[in-house]
Ligand binder design. Sequence first.
Ligand code: SF4
Ligand code: SF4
Length: 439
Amino acid sequence: MALSLEQLREELQYHKTNNCVQCGYCLPVCPTYLTFRNETHSPRGRINLVKMVGEGNITDLSVLEEPFNLCLGCRACETACPTGVEYGSILDAARAAILKRKTLSVSKQLLRRILLKKMIPSKRMMNVAGHSIWFYKRSGLQKVLRISGVMNKIPYNLGTFESIMPEGTSPIERYHAKKEIKAQKEVKYTIAFFTGCIMDAMFHHINQLTIRLLSAAGCDVIVIPNQTCCGALHAHAGDRDEAIRLAKRNIAAFEEVNADFIVNNAGGCGAMLYEYKHLLANDKEWAERALAFSNKSKDISEILLENGGVLGMAPRNGERVTYQHSCHMTNVQKVKQEPLELLLSVPGINYIEMDQAEMCCGSAGIYNIVNYDASMHILDEKMKLVKTTEARIIITTNPGCLLQMKLGIEREGLSNSLRALHLVEYLAEAAGISVYKNK
Ligand code: SF4
Ligand code: SF4
């Protein structure tokens, strides 16, 4: 049944486009506008397209498809906007509306069902994925497949990402990983740690370092077993219902422990946890619970800084370090200074600020897979800026950015002179904290 214009406006959050005064202040911060130089690939252009649909001037919603699919969702436009346009809500609503009217090919439907609905929300399946990475790297399979040339034939350029796969964690290490850890000094907070799905599968060691840093800073830390994916990938892919389902699962799971804070170490996940309060704002049963959850959600940098930073770090002898911001941490959580302050607290580093350090690196969830060419263009531009810093280390605060920076290093042939690290890895390295032993 065709929707009335009023219903279509509601579906597309049309009323939120009215705050846009067309000033264009958001254009210079939009990576896709700078890449494509088309109005339709700018925030203002995308907002105008929704406006035109809401006013009945465009009736075929497929016109929205390419502009909104190519949006990174980095939300830099929101930070730049002087009138407070809620671009994130407009984006999510447009993507959901497009998805609803589109008949996906059988292979895409299958991919979405397996990856987004079955695999990512399942702790067990993500653990298997993490073990598979470890096995692939350690068993010799990697060498065999590289020599065979199979990697070049995998769809969606996934073979390219093989080169930046982390080492992974063995099943035994994962089995013995800390689920609870006591504060190493007077207890200041009880923390429930949010592990994330990709983060825990691919960078399990960073999660383990995170809880050790929190413990050293005076926190009792608990890792709740029945938590799940934050739902960010689902929300950004237009599957709002699944994002809501996952949000409710997490809220209920974390309510079981009375923690002072729910701490994460992944900018993208942290932003989604922060947004649960908006996602469930109109749900009578869940609105208050979601608000309480979001208010307790913090990035690790906020907690470490509040507890006096990381103690006992060894000097770094003038090591040249630069920092790539996580867009979601900056533009959604509005956590910007804390990671930088922590980084600057490492003694003896030579911090070089990168030009446009807040501009998205092109990772953006699965953007670098589904929009590979655009993502690589954005990454190559980012790497030009990285190179001008002559840094030896790029620090990031999100698993997607970390992988993308590693890919940029590979593409530039710089793997012998440049490393990409999560801030947690760098702080732990400086403080002599490892997954296997504390200092
Ligand atoms: S979210 Fe990022 S890519 Fe999308 S319109 Fe805003 S600035 Fe541009
Ligand atoms: S900065 Fe805000 S008001 Fe100005 S064009 Fe962009 S979205 Fe519209």
